[in-house]
Design a protein around this ligand. Structure first.
Ligand code: ZN
Ligand code: ZN
Ligand code: ZN
Length: 246
């Protein structure tokens, strides 16, 4: 990620809301890829910043949507009345904005493609009963389906995520990693599918039509012990060609 600066010259991190040198309230403008001190005639802060403190992106002053480009892509947020959930939500939105920064830099499509039959990319942050006995959902699997990336809110909890990482024998497990991985599944559907890039995909990753459920069952029954030595980026990438791609 590039280094950002305040107009006073002070370096800013991607999550900054205020310049630590000049004290100005700053926001990130995804269109100009820069941090700005918003001119009310041109920009305003995202409503998720002014109301919840979970965002630092700007919205065009004439946009009728109170939310920024990133926050309007979230369909379901955690129950904010539950202790700790505002902080978990912030972790997930921070990760999502980093993903979107990269997707925008790469020029990848985010919006619905009606002609191609592709849905817009969207997100939902769901809790299950493992973390919150008050919700109906027994188990929420982090994943992607039909344009919607679901992330289990427990993934925003450092302790919980580290336990899962250890149990799953993973080298790395982060909210941003989940966002990136699941977006890979979205872009497979959107850019590759069974279209003109199919042969190039098969040559590099294998046949994406391989029985997914059977492959995942086999992976969990007999997990591989080597990743790099076997020519893969991770152990899990060996589960199925689509996981290797993602
Ligand atoms: Zn400054
Ligand atoms: Zn926002
Ligand atoms: Zn996957």
């Amino acid at each position: 990620m590039k280094t950002f600066h305040c107009r006073c010259g002070q370096p800013l991190s991607f999550d900054n809301t205020r310049c630590l040198r000049c004290g100005e309230s700053v926001g990130y403008d995804p269109l100009s890829v820069a941090f700005l001190v918003p001119d009310p005639a041109v920009h305003r802060h995202c409503a998720n910043r002014t109301e919840h403190g979970v965002c630092n992106w700007l919205v065009a002053a004439d946009d009728t949507n109170p939310l920024c480009l990133s926050c309007r892509m979230t369909r379901v947020i955690p129950d904010l009345s539950r202790f700790g959930n505002p902080g978990r939500w912030r972790v997930l939105e921070n990760a999502k904005r980093r993903l979107l920064y990269s997707l925008l830099q790469l020029g990848l499509p985010l919006h619905e493609d009606i002609h191609g039959g592709h849905p817009a990319l969207a997100f939902q942050f769901l809790e299950d009963r493992g973390a919150n006995p008050m919700v109906a959902e027994e188990y929420v699997r982090t994943g992607h389906a039909s344009g919607v990336i679901t992330i289990n809110v427990a993934e925003a909890d450092d302790v919980q995520r580290e336990i899962t990482r250890s149990l799953m024998n993973e080298a790395y497990r982060t909210p941003l990693g989940h966002c990136r991985h699941e977006s890979g599944h979205y872009y497979f559907d959107r850019l590759i599918g069974l279209g003109s890039r199919d042969q190039a995909f098969m040559a590099r990753f294998g046949d994406p039509r391989r029985d997914y459920d059977a492959a995942l069952s086999a992976y969990y029954a007999f997990p591989p012990s080597h990743a790099i030595e076997a020519g893969f980026i991770s152990l899990y990438a060996q589960a199925h060609p689509l996981e290797d791609w993602a």
